[in-house]
Write a protein that binds this ligand. Structure first.
Ligand code: NAD
Length: 289
C-alpha cells in the first residue's frame, strides 16, 4: 500500500480497531501503521485476526497485535482494550468498525438477525464508546471514530435494520461529539458510500451511483487516519458524497424518491446479485462473523 502521508497527530499513537481482520478494518490498520502508529486489531474471527496481525507485522518496524473480540460482549471488549494497552501503551484512538449488513426485505428478516444487527452495529459501538471515552476523558485526550454509512443519513430498501443501526450511530456520534468537545476528546462518524468489501458484495448499484458512491477500503482508511485530531463530527467518503447529500436534502421528499426509483438507486439492495451475496450471508449465518 502507498505510504499514507504521516499526520503529526498519529505518529506513535496507540490505535485499537474492531473488526480488523478484513475489509475496511484491515485497510485502516495498514494505513495507521504506514503513518507510524501502533495498532491493535480485534475480531470475532479469531483465526483470521491472528493471521492478519502476523501479515501486517511482517513489515520491519511495525507494531501490531491481534486479539479475539466480540463487540457485543462488554467483558470481551474491555479485555481487548486492556490487552491492547498492556502491549502498546495507553489508548489514543478507538475505531468502532465491526459491523454486519445482511440484505433482504424486513418482512423476511428473523428476530434473531434483527437483534444481531442492532447488537453489533449499535450496541457494540455504544459499548466501545463507553469504554474508550472513559479512558480518554481521564487523560483529557483521545479520539473515538465510529464507522457509520451513507445508510446512516438515508433509507435504502433491503437494508432497513442496517439503516436503523447506522442512523442511530450518526445521532449518537453527533451528541457525543458535542458532549466531549470541551474535554479534549474528539468524536467523529465516518460515512462511507459503497466500499468494495465482502459486506457489500453483489450490491446492484446503478452505474451513475457507483461513480458517486463507490470506493476502496484504502480510501476509507485514509479518511479515518485523516480524521484523527480534527474536530469534524461527520466525514463522508468519498468527500463529494457530502455535496451530493446536501443537494438531495433540499429536494422535496417525493422528488427525491422519484429520482431514486428512476435511477435504480432503490433496488441496490432489494435486487442484488444473489450468488455474490450468498458467500457473505453464509459467513453470517454459519456462526461466523
Ligand atoms: P467486512 O465484513 O469486510 O468486515 C467486518 C469485520 O467485522 C469482519 O472481519 C467481521 O468478522 C468483524 N465482526 C463482525 N461482527 C463482529 C463482532 N461481534 N465482534 C468483532 N468483530 C466482528 O465489512 P466491511 O465492509 O469492512 O465493514 C466495516 C464497517 O464499515 C462496518 O461497520 C460497515 O457497516 C461499514 N460500512 C461498510 C460499507 C461497505 O460498502 N462495505 C459501506 C459503509 C459502511
Amino acid at each position: 500500500m502507498a505510504r499514507t502521508k504521516s499526520h503529526g497527530s498519529v505518529v506513535g499513537k496507540v490505535v485499537a480497531i474492531t473488526g480488523g481482520a478484513r475489509g475496511i478494518g484491515r485497510a485502516t490498520a495498514e494505513a495507521f501503521l504506514a503513518a507510524d502508529a501502533k495498532v491493535a486489531i480485534g475480531d470475532l474471527d479469531a483465526e483470521l485476526v491472528a493471521k492478519t496481525a502476523a501479515e501486517l507485522g511482517a513489515k520491519p518496524g511495525t507494531q501490531v497485535v491481534g486479539f479475539p473480540l466480540n463487540v457485543t460482549d462488554e467483558r470481551s471488549f474491555a479485555n481487548f482494550l486492556d490487552d491492547a494497552e498492556a502491549e502498546l501503551g495507553p489508548l489514543d484512538v478507538l475505531v468502532n468498525n465491526a459491523g454486519i449488513m445482511p440484505t433482504g426485505l424486513f418482512a423476511d428478516e428473523s428476530v434473531e438477525m434483527t437483534d444481531r444487527i442492532i447488537d453489533i452495529n449499535l450496541r457494540g459501538v455504544v459499548t466501545g464508546a463507553r469504554l474508550a471515552t472513559g479512558r480518554f476523558a481521564a487523560r483529557g485526550s483521545g479520539h473515538l471514530i465510529n464507522i457509520a454509512s451513507l445508510a446512516g443519513v438515508s433509507g435504502f430498501p433491503g437494508v432497513a435494520t442496517y439503516c436503523a443501526s447506522k442512523h442511530a450511530v450518526v445521532g449518537f456520534t453527533e451528541a457525543l461529539h458535542r458532549e466531549l468537545a470541551g474535554h479534549g476528546v474528539g468524536v467523529t462518524a465516518v460515512l462511507p458510500g459503497v466500499v468494495r468489501t465482502e459486506l457489500s458484495a453483489g450490491a446492484n448499484t446503478p452505474r451513475w451511483m457507483e461513480a458517486v458512491t463507490t470506493v476502496d477500503p484504502e480510501d476509507v482508511a485514509r479518511a479515518i487516519v485523516g480524521a484523527v485530531g480534527r474536530k469534524r463530527p461527520l466525514v463522508t467518503v468519498p468527500r463529494r458524497l457530502g455535496s451530493t447529500l446536501k443537494v438531495m436534502s433540499v429536494l422535496p421528499y417525493r422528488a427525491r424518491r422519484v429520482a431514486e426509483r428512476v435511477t435504480g438507486a432503490d433496488s441496490a439492495y432489494t435486487a442484488p446479485d444473489s450468488k455474490a451475496r450468498e458467500a457473505y450471508h453464509r459467513r453470517l449465518t454459519g456462526g461466523g462473523s
